[in-house]
Write a protein that binds this ligand. Structure first.
Ligand code: ADP
Ligand code: MG
Length: 471
């Protein structure tokens, strides 16, 4: 867990901050809590906080820590990079006090192995002066390795839903003692289709328990899960003083096609002094591989690629190397990058528009973390412009458009690509206007060339004549 700059007031909410000093004289204690000391965390947990160097709780921590300590269900919505992990770990460690029994009393569900590892690391640091036992488990490696971690006894278990059930089904894990269930990155868990697995897990947990749900966005799916899963929750929704969306300088390039996008990326990356630490997002593994090949050949510095087909160790090493500034360019799909906490990312390049519009916010939230500034560049081919308009609606701003720099070779769009683009544009127009018949599909298609020879009477005659001549 890295120390970020103390949570300072941005210019835009400076007044609010002054006001809060004024109001703190009058408002209930909870609102003026400004130090970790006010939360009455156990001494050993406070020591961990001090060791990491956190001086001031973030807004979500200010509100969530007391509510969680008091045993209530909590729904916490705050954008990425706002300190949600410590917001639930600190009060839970305080409630656990010390190691006890064999079975976990806290289970934290996360969507990906990277996140499982990261939350595990955060716990390791915050709990370093306690004897509380924890483990982080995830799919992709044999479950027996994880069984070894938990059989000696455990207090906090971080798990992806599938791996949790593996361990439960093999009778390695008992869930009888679980007092608190945390669902972290709920939006991502649901986007990844984990709802059925979550229901299965709920069935095996004790009925009486505290439920905590954290998410960066409050999508319809998250709302539904909240209704099913939380009991009269304390709802905490934080709009940070300056949201990542506001802190990031966003730019858009209209690029005719894939190959020109590759040329543009290579051109931008030539500027090493500006593009110091870059994440390039691609929506599919195949695109990520192509971009990686080109960047590998054309750009300076270390590069790594991150997607779900890569070996587990390769993925973990890539993330760590990027965090430690050993890698300049990281190419990633949306799923793999979620929750990665690397500081001082100078640029996020969206090679394409993400499938989920919310992912745009997550992608650009990789830069400008905890008060730093950053840039996010999005490359749009004609069929993606419609999707980006939806994103602009979501973020409630229109993103400035930049001209493709002179040094970039603009390649002509191949016929097949153009057809794919037109078909997609047609589909989009039909969504906007169900009565729209479709310009592209309704055009009479020319028959394929070889077929044309035989359907066209004239052509048939010609071929016959030719054949006769040859004979
Ligand atoms: P989220 O889960 O909301 O995306 P994280 O919990 O991963 O955010 O925290 C983002 C970063 O902020 C991490 O590097 C973490 O160490 C740091 N951080 C969390 N709380 C504080 C704090 N009170 N002061 C300074 N840095 C913090
Ligand atoms: Mg988080």
């Amino acid at each position: 867990m890295k120390l970020h700059k103390p949570w300072a007031c941005s210019d835009s909410n400076q007044n609010q901050c002054q006001d809060s000093n004024f109001f703190s004289l009058f408002l209930p204690k909870i609102l003026k809590m400004a130090t970790f000391g006010d939360f009455k965390l156990t001494k050993s947990v406070q020591k961990g906080v001090k060791e990491i160097g956190f001086t001031k709780p973030t807004p979500i921590q200010v509100e969530a820590i007391p509510a969680i300590k008091s045993g209530q269900d909590v729904l916490g919505i705050a954008q990425t990079g706002t300190g949600k992990t410590a917001a639930y770990i600190l009060p839970l460690l305080t409630k656990l006090v010390k190691a006890e029994g064999e079975d976990p009393r806290v289970v934290i569900l996360v969507p990906t192995r990277e996140l499982s590892i990261q939350v595990g690391e955060d716990i390791a640091e915050l709990a370093q002066y306690t004897n509380i036992r924890h483990a982080a488990v995830y799919g992709g490696i044999g479950w027996t390795k994880h069984a070894e971690l938990i059989t000696p006894g455990i207090d906090v278990l971080v798990a992806t839903p599938g791996r949790l059930m593996d361990l439960y089904n093999h009778n390695v894990l008992s869930l009888k003692k679980v007092k608190t269930l945390v669902i972290d990155e709920a939006d991502r868990l649901l986007d990844m289709g984990f709802m059925p697995q979550l229901h299965t897990v709920f069935n095996f947990l004790p009925m009486r328990r505290q439920n905590l749900l954290f998410s960066a966005t409050f999508s319809e799916k998250v709302e539904k899960l909240t209704e099913e899963f939380l009991d009269f929750p304390v709802r905490i929704e934080i709009t940070p003083s300056a949201t990542p969306v506001e802190m990031v300088k966003q730019q858009v390039y209209h690029v005719p096609n894939y190959r020109t996008k590759l040329n543009l990326v290579a051109h931008l990356l030539e500027n090493e002094a500006v593009f110091k630490k870059v994440i390039i997002f691609c929506k599919t593994k195949i695109t990520a591989e192509t971009v990686f090949k080109v960047v590998h050949r054309k750009a300076e510095g270390e590069k790594r690629i991150l997607h779900s087909n890569k070996g587990q160790n390769a993925r973990i090493n890539a993330i760590n190397a990027f965090k430690n500034d050993e890698v300049r360019i990281l190419i990633s799909t949306d799923v793999s990058a979620r929750g990665i906490d690397a500081s001082k990312v100078s640029h996020v390049i969206n090679f394409d528009v993400p499938v989920n519009y919310d992912d745009y916010i997550h992608r650009i939230g990789r830069t400008a973390r905890a008060g730093n500034h950053g840039e996010a560049i999005t490359l749009l081919d004609p069929s993606e412009e419609w999707h980006f308009q939806k994103i602009e609606k979501l973020i409630r701003m229109s993103v400035p458009v930049y001209e493709i720099p002179a040094g970039v070779t603009v390649v002509e769009t191949e016929k097949a690509d153009r057809q794919l683009q037109l078909r997609e544009i047609d589909r989009q127009r039909k969504i906007d206007d169900p009565t729209y018949k479709g310009a592209f599909h309704d055009k009479k298609r020319k028959p394929a060339k070889d077929k044309r020879d035989f359907t066209d009477k004239f052509a048939r005659k010609k071929t016959r004549k030719k054949r006769k001549k040859r004979r």
